[in-house]
Structure formats: C-alpha cells, structure tokens
Design a protein around this ligand. Structure first.
Ligand SMILES: C[S@@+](CC[C@H](N)C(=O)[O-])C[C@H]1O[C@@H](n2cnc3c(N)ncnc32)[C@H](O)[C@@H]1O
Ligand SMILES: *[C@@H]1O[C@H](CO)[C@@H](O)[C@H](O)[C@H]1NC(C)=O
Length: 216
C-alpha cells in the first residue's frame, strides 16, 4: 500500500524482458515511459498544463535519507511548515510526526488524493497534515516562514526570486537535492543526491545586497 506508485512503475518494468536488456531497447523503453508521463501530465492533470514549460517539475519521490536530512535541518523548529510540491506527502508526514503542522501544495490531483487517503488511513488529522491542490507559483507564500522544496534544478533560480519577494526575514527555507543558485546556505546535511540545504532568508537578503553594493 505504502509505495504503490513506485510499485506501479516497477510493474511497468516487469512487462519487458529484464535479463540484460538491449541498450537500444532500454533507451526506447525510457523514452516511451517519459513520453507516457509527459502525455499523462499534459492531458490528465489540467493544472499542470497551465504551467509554463520552463517551470514544470516532474514527480520524483524523495529517498528516506533525503527526508531524514531535511528533518535534521528542521530540528528545533516548530509551528507551521509548507512543502512546495508535496508529491505523495512523505515529507509532510515526516514533519507532522515531528510535531509540525504541515501544508503541502501539489498540482497533481492524483498525488493529492493519494496523500489525503494515506493521511486518513494513518489517522493523521487534517490539522496536522493538509494537502492543497494548488499551483504554488500562483500562491502567496508570505504567511509561511518554514518552507521545504524538492523540485528541479532549472526552477530554483525563479523560485528563489519569488521567495525573496514574499517570505519574511526570519524564514527558514530548505532545499532538497538542488540548491538555490547564488544563495549562501546556513548549513547543509548529507551528500550527493541526498544533500539538503538550509537558508535564512534574512542572511540571504543581506548577502545579495552586499553583492550588488559591496561594503568597502
Ligand atoms: C520532485 S517531486 C517531490 C515530491 C515530495 N515533496 C517528496 O519529497 O517526495 C515535486 C512535486 O512537485 C509537484 N509540482 C510541480 N510543480 C508544481 C506546482 N507549480 N504547484 C504545486 N505542485 C507542483 C509535482 O507534481 C511533484 O509531485
Ligand atoms: C517556523 O518555525 C519557527 C521556529 O520554530 C516558529 O517560531 C514559527 O512559529 C514557525 N512558523 C509558523 C508560521 O508557524
């Protein structure tokens, strides 16, 4: 039940011969699956279609280690947390069991339904974990000051600009796997694909001000 989405993807693989796949065949399979995903996201998810091409981010669940690294960076904090692109809700559930009240924004209605049913199944009340089917690019984030994002390298720059416009100075932002370009991080945990980065918006703002107008 827990990993049913991954299992569906694995089942896709099982239909095809698994012993020593021919490189051309595996390339074709990869292309085909990517194509299916593209078509599915374009036609099944109405919200996704409206997002400009350069801002589209596909679903990729975070690993256990990555989730643990994120939780380490959140240690000592409490209150309300928002996850931008919450997927199947794994980060939201991890944070809510650590005591956060969590909101996950997710554009993919299938993943929203899946995460909500998981919450229901596990008896997590909606005051602890809320899933909102909404495009976070079109959401005002100024009421949040604890933010996590596991997205894609190409959107981090644009997301950084949005967060600098909207978040208060005392906000903590955690980027999973893909750091914000040109932002100094306060700390980071892990390495490689599981690395997570913590940023203090106040420090990022003063750093960027000094880059533009260096204090001599
Ligand atoms: C890389 S996945 C991360 C999922 C989850 N946070 C995790 O750690 O497993 C990114 C998620 O963001 C969602 N997403 C992409 N663009 C979005 C948008 N504009 N608004 C809301 N969700 C979005 C995708 O559907 C996908 O589920
Ligand atoms: C974010 O975390 C800080 C530190 O624990 C907490 O004081 C604050 O209330 C949290 N933000 C919200 C909106 O709950």
């Amino acid at each position: 039940m827990e990993d049913s989405i991954e299992m569906i993807l694995q089942d896709y693989g099982r239909v095809l011969p698994t012993s020593r796949p021919h490189p051309v065949l595996s390339a074709c399979t990869g292309a085909l699956l990517t194509g299916f995903y593209g078509l599915w996201s374009l036609f099944v998810m109405p919200g996704f279609r409206k997002i400009p091409w350069n801002l589209k981010v596909p679903y990729l669940p975070s690993s256990k280690v990555q989730t643990l690294n994120t939780m380490k960076l959140l240690e000592g904090r409490t209150g309300h947390l928002v996850d931008l692109g919450s997927g199947d809700g794994r980060l939201v559930f991890a944070a809510s069991s650590a005591g956060f009240r969590c909101t996950g924004f997710e554009i993919n209605s299938i993943l929203v339904a899946y995460a909500r049913s998981k919450a229901l199944w596990a008896g997590v009340p909606s005051s602890q974990a809320t899933f909102v089917k909404k495009d976070f690019w079109k959401t005002d984030l100024s009421t949040y000051n604890n933010v996590t994002a596991f997205l894609a390298p190409g959107v981090m720059g644009v997301l950084g600009e949005k967060l600098l416009r909207e978040l208060p100075d005392d906000a903590l932002v955690i980027a999973c796997r893909f750091p914000f370009p040109n932002w100094p991080h306060r700390s980071s945990v892990g390495s490689g694909l599981d690395q997570t980065f913590a940023y203090d918006i106040g420090s990022v703002r003063s750093h960027l001000r000094n880059v533009v107008n260096p204090v001599v």
